[in-house]
Ligand binder design. Sequence first.
Ligand SMILES: *[C@@H]1O[C@H](CO)[C@@H](O)[C@H](O)[C@H]1NC(C)=O
Ligand SMILES: *[C@@H]1O[C@H](CO)[C@@H](O)[C@H](O)[C@H]1NC(C)=O
Ligand SMILES: *[C@@H]1O[C@H](CO)[C@@H](O)[C@H](O)[C@H]1NC(C)=O
Ligand SMILES: *[C@@H]1O[C@H](CO)[C@@H](O)[C@H](O)[C@H]1NC(C)=O
Length: 174
Amino acid sequence: MIWATILLECLIILSTCQKVKPDIDIKWFNCSTDNKAFSRFEVCSLNSYRKNQQSFSYYVKMMKTVTHCDTRVEVIYLSAPKPFTLANISFDACELLKGRKRFVAARRLFDIIGKYTNFNHTCPYAHDVFATNITLVTDKLPFPTPHGKYSVKISFYVNGRTNTIVLGLGGRIF
Ligand SMILES: *[C@@H]1O[C@H](CO)[C@@H](O)[C@H](O)[C@H]1NC(C)=O
Ligand SMILES: *[C@@H]1O[C@H](CO)[C@@H](O)[C@H](O)[C@H]1NC(C)=O
Ligand SMILES: *[C@@H]1O[C@H](CO)[C@@H](O)[C@H](O)[C@H]1NC(C)=O
Ligand SMILES: *[C@@H]1O[C@H](CO)[C@@H](O)[C@H](O)[C@H]1NC(C)=O
């Protein structure tokens, strides 16, 4: 009986661990900036950080100071007869970094990537911005994550629309 209980506990622990197991396979990652006098990508890469786990990295060289940064995260679910928008989250990244509580979904996204990036203080930004080996797991995402193919677009409208920086991501959740 005791052994059965221990076995059961082991199984529960194992299945809990399973949740943080990578379940996202990133297929592509790309970056763009429309004002090379403002910013330039020096790194924009997808790598196999660990077996079965894709991570992505970027390094943006900033030639000017960032004082405003409207941000939009658009998630499209592709594995449906008709692809649809699963999430469309807009927020002011400069305000978010001041710790405003109203951007709940944005803050959850930020909690995921926070530890990989130096994009972690309030504006202005007068230095380069980078993120190294970002890995994702679905259980922390602030929207439903049905299995299938996705595309994600993250747009940063810097200082009004002086410079638009876009990160694109495509992959599968299984
Ligand atoms: C990124 O790649 C996707 C898929 O290949 C493509 O649709 C999109 O236009 C690309 N974006 C940029 C900025 O290169
Ligand atoms: C990022 O991943 C690469 C392998 O893809 C590895 O060589 C590098 O050390 C990693 N960097 C950090 C900071 O973990
Ligand atoms: C997200 O919302 C913005 C503003 O309402 C809209 O312009 C954009 O087309 C939406 N994107 C998607 C993929 O639905
Ligand atoms: C922001 O990120 C940088 C680089 O990872 C780190 O050195 C710094 O301590 C972080 N600052 C805060 C306030 O978390």
